[in-house]
Design a protein around this ligand. Structure first.
Ligand code: TMP
Length: 211
């Protein structure tokens, strides 16, 4: 493979994307494909520190534009330290969330505007858009039931009200309409095995096209 491939996984809370993302990464390694796995916000030390600031439940006073800028800052650091070197080395980068999270959560759900959030992210990512994005579509109530059922501590964004999570879903739908070539929708209400199978098929087809 001459150039790497950048594949991102997107979805609302409890969409199951993280589980599937890790499955795909391990499956690619088993197939002998040189891949790395990372996640946003975070993925490297500086970005993980920013993640803690954004998601801390103590930070209820955070302004929505501050939040959008922090996500973009975390993305920039992660891009420079992890994503670009891996792509330049010809690897497949599997990333749990990227720019579309900011467009859906900050752009639409926080009412900043998708175009405005795209603008600050353009500065952060310098044209490095994903080659393929899988959007894990599940209805909001089912997703939230899944995360509350896990018994894990909920972060500042998980704790937003139901209306916010519905707006996130609506935002994702708008982003999917904007980028139909890049973003493929997966029915994440199916069994984990079926979701993994659907996701793997799309990923491997895209990798084969790149060879
Ligand atoms: P996670 O739960 O997938 O680890 O993501 C952390 C939270 O951050 C999740 O509620 C989605 C949110 N988020 C944004 O609002 N904007 C972004 O750009 C990213 C990457 C995540």
């Amino acid at each position: 493979m001459s150039k790497g491939l950048f594949i991102t996984f997107e979805g609302g809370e409890g969409s199951g994307k993280t589980t599937v993302c890790k499955y795909i990464y391990h499956r690619l390694l088993e197939e002998g494909i040189d891949a790395i796995y990372s996640r946003e916000p975070g993925g490297v030390d500086i970005a993980e520190q920013i993640r803690n600031v954004i998601l801390s439940v103590k930070n209820t006073a955070m302004d929505v534009r501050t939040e959008a800028l922090l996500y973009a800052a975390s993305r920039r650091q992660h891009l420079v330290e992890v994503i670009l070197p891996a792509l330049n080395a010809g690897k497949v980068v599997i990333c749990d969330r990227f720019i579309d999270s900011s467009l859906a959560y900050q752009g639409h759900a926080r009412d900043i505007g998708i175009d405005e959030v795209m603008e600050i992210n353009r500065f952060a990512i310098d044209n490095c858009m994903p080659d393929l994005t899988l959007f894990f579509d599940v209805d909001v109530e089912t997703g939230l039931r899944r995360i509350t059922g896990r018994g894990e501590k909920l972060d500042r964004l998980d704790r937003e009200n139901l209306a916010f999570h519905h707006k996130v879903h609506e935002g994702y739908m708008m982003v999917c309409e904007r980028y139909p070539e890049r973003i493929k929708i997966i029915d994440a209400s199916q069994s984990v095995e079926k979701v993994e199978k659907d996701a793997y098929k799309l990923v491997i087809e895209r990798i084969r096209k790149n060879v």
